[in-house]
Design a protein around this ligand. Structure first.
Ligand SMILES: [Zn+2]
Ligand SMILES: [Zn+2]
Length: 174
């Protein structure tokens, strides 16, 4: 299951935020729009996407784990606003005035078009890993597979499973 690696507490915090924002929007719009489907299947550099036809929000589980706070504060309302603007106002510019209004006046969140905080981490093209004998650089693709529990990688020299290393500190190795 794709969500298996996401801690329950994180999923609950996301749901709580989704419901809270939905309630705010329903109050402001004087409607009772239903809760959208929420899945953790977004890949690549997008934090999340909104799918009006299936009334669905897809969140990026890798970026969510790296930016829990920002997802709760901003990404969840951002994608929900896309769905509700479509529901309520019909097809509009994705980050147009209706969307901006919902973000700023209804949710009280800055109406930024992109989630700049999240992109930096996935723009890195390698992640440092270690075995017993050396440091390895894994591609983002491989790193994401490790994070999702879909793969493990071994050192061809010592045979040990590679373990993620924290990013190098700015002052270099000790
Ligand atoms: Zn958007
Ligand atoms: Zn090794």
């Amino acid at each position: 299951m794709k969500t298996a690696r996401l801690p329950i507490a994180v999923q609950q915090a996301v749901m709580r935020r989704l419901r809270e924002a939905l309630a705010q929007a329903n109050l402001a719009l004087n409607r009772s729009y239903p809760e959208p489907r929420l899945v953790y299947s977004q890949r690549g550099t997008s934090a999340g996407t909104a799918w009006p036809e299936s009334y669905e929000i897809r969140l990026n589980p890798v970026l969510l784990m790296e930016n829990v706070e920002a997802f709760i504060v901003e990404v969840v309302p951002h994608e929900l606003a896309h769905l509700l603007v479509w529901q309520h106002f019909g097809r509009k510019a994705p980050h147009g005035k209706e969307w901006k209004w919902m973000m700023e006046s209804v949710f009280g969140v800055p109406a930024r078009r992109t989630h700049r905080f999240a992109l930096q981490s996935v723009r890195r093209n390698t992640y440092p890993y270690r075995c017993r004998c050396q440091e390895h650089q894994l591609t983002v693709r491989r790193h994401n597979r490790v994070v999702r529990g879909e793969a493990t990688y071994r050192c061809v020299r010592c045979g040990e499973t590679l373990m993620a290393q924290p990013p190098a500190s700015p002052h270099g190795p000790e």
